[in-house]
Design a protein around this ligand. Structure first.
Ligand SMILES: *[C@@H]1O[C@H](CO)[C@@H](O)[C@H](O)[C@H]1NC(C)=O
Length: 409
């Protein structure tokens, strides 16, 4: 592993997959800007990396690979390429960023143990869905991404966030994709608030397919820039409104939520996603009707499983309180594991290879099966971006597990 890693210019950070699974965490609807590329490496042992993941920051592209025992990382800057000494400094900075972004100070194995001992439902899925931790994202990118997430699914949010970056942020650099095909990919950082505050942004985003979210994005950016200014000091890599959003980390959950709710297109659920995913509020569980149904069926909350219940602020609070009682201080993190286990795109995640390709079934059968599974499919914990994916009712990957567990109780 090490020689291979070094050959490609990677540094290695020891980290077992139970602490972090890149293939799960980077695709489960937290961040929408990571690119994943399959590697065409000579067949190694089972612990060789299968993919490279890339993320474009303001000044650099971070490339990651994962083995059974290590995270491999590499920093790429635009030309001119740095000398060896400066490259080492950059890698040290990237390592600090990785530790912060993946919150590696938090022992995930310890948390899984705790959640599993407190909750049989969690116990049933924890082995298939290991290494799923909360990212600590940039609050500005997180806020705009989750304004895009309303009434949307992961693949469409990903397209939107990528086109937002391509449209409003100049390319940082191009790199060949790592499969040896020679194809180059161009990387754009996430655009700063000032770029999205221009008056013509709303119309342009509409024409790019953002729908009603176009106006929300523009007005939110404008509000931030009008309030905090857009002057970027030469030594700062962020704008004042981005730095102000960072300060919400030091506020109480209630105060930070109140600030977020002032933005256009931000309701309780979107605000809670931002609190959890970029503002360090580990116990916040973003709630929607799916989560409500789960709470009724598996966690003993009162309510009807038939028909829709209006989500009142009081009910929302009761559900959060319940989940904190079940999972503890890191309830939001636990929720994201259950959320991921229910994504359609994770239907074969963590299963033995032979089972990982679901048998092709005629559409008619699939439909019938979906109907039969309605009860289970509605156990989606898709509280944030993917309610429409959940609405397709095929995301029942973990539902048989859930059902089994619940019958035993
Ligand atoms: C996501 O939403 C778009 C637009 O509503 C739809 O065309 C697409 O099929 C959906 N994708 C998934 C995976 O549900």
């Amino acid at each position: 592993m090490t020689s291979l890693a070094m050959a490609a210019g990677f540094h290695a950070l020891p980290l077992p997959i139970i602490q972090l699974s890149l293939s799960a965490v980077l695709k489960c609807g937290q961040s929408f800007r990571w690119s994943a590329y399959p590697l065409n490496l000579p067949a190694g042992d089972a612990s060789s990396p299968t993919h490279e993941y890339r993320f474009c920051l303001r000044d650099r592209v971070v490339c990651l690979r994962q083995t059974a025992t290590h995270i491999l990382y590499r920093t790429v800057l635009p030309d001119p390429q740095p000398g060896a000494d400066q490259q080492e400094l950059l890698e040290a900075e990237t390592l600090l960023w990785l530790k912060d972004y993946f919150q590696l100070n938090v022992d995930l194995a310890l948390l899984y143990g705790e959640w599993g001992s407190r909750d049989k439902v969690f116990l049933g899925i924890q082995d298939r869905f290991s290494g799923i931790r909360m990212l600590r994202q940039d609050p500005w990118e997180n806020l705009i991404s989750f304004i895009c997430s309303s009434n949307n699914n992961i693949s469409r949010i990903t397209k939107m966030v990528q086109s937002l970056s391509k449209e409003y942020s100049p390319p940082l650099l191009s790199l060949p994709v790592p499969d040896g095909s020679g194809v180059e990919e161009t990387y754009h950082p996430f655009p700063p608030p000032s770029a999205l505050a221009h008056p013509d942004v709303s119309a342009r985003l509409r024409s790019l397919g953002f729908g009603y979210r176009a106006d929300f994005i523009h007005r939110t950016a404008k509000m931030l820039v009008d309030t905090h200014g857009d002057s970027m000091h030469s030594r700062e890599s962020s704008e004042p409104s981005e730095r102000w959003l960072m300060t919400l980390r030091h506020m109480s959950t209630e105060d930070a939520r109140a600030e977020l709710l002032k933005f256009v297109g931000v309701g309780r659920k979107v605000a809670d996603c931002v609190l959890l995913m970029s503002l360090d509020k580990t116990d916040v569980v973003p709630v929607d009707t799916h989560v409500h149904q789960i709470a009724i069926k598996y966690y003993g909350m009162k309510g009807s499983t038939k028909g829709k219940t209006n989500m009142t602020p009081k009910l929302y609070d009761e559900l959060c309180t319940k989940f904190v009682k079940v999972w503890g201080d890191y309830a939001g993190w636990a929720h994201s594991v259950l959320f991921t286990s229910d994504l359609k795109s994770f239907a074969s995640h963590g299963l033995p290879q032979t089972m990982s390709t679901p048998p092709a079934s005629p559409v008619k059968n699939r439909k019938k099966r979906s109907r039969e599974m309605t009860d289970l499919a509605s156990t989606n914990l898709l509280s944030t971006s993917s309610s429409s994916e959940s609405a397709t009712a095929t995301g029942f990957a973990c539902s048989p597990n859930l059902a089994k567990r619940v019958k035993k109780r």
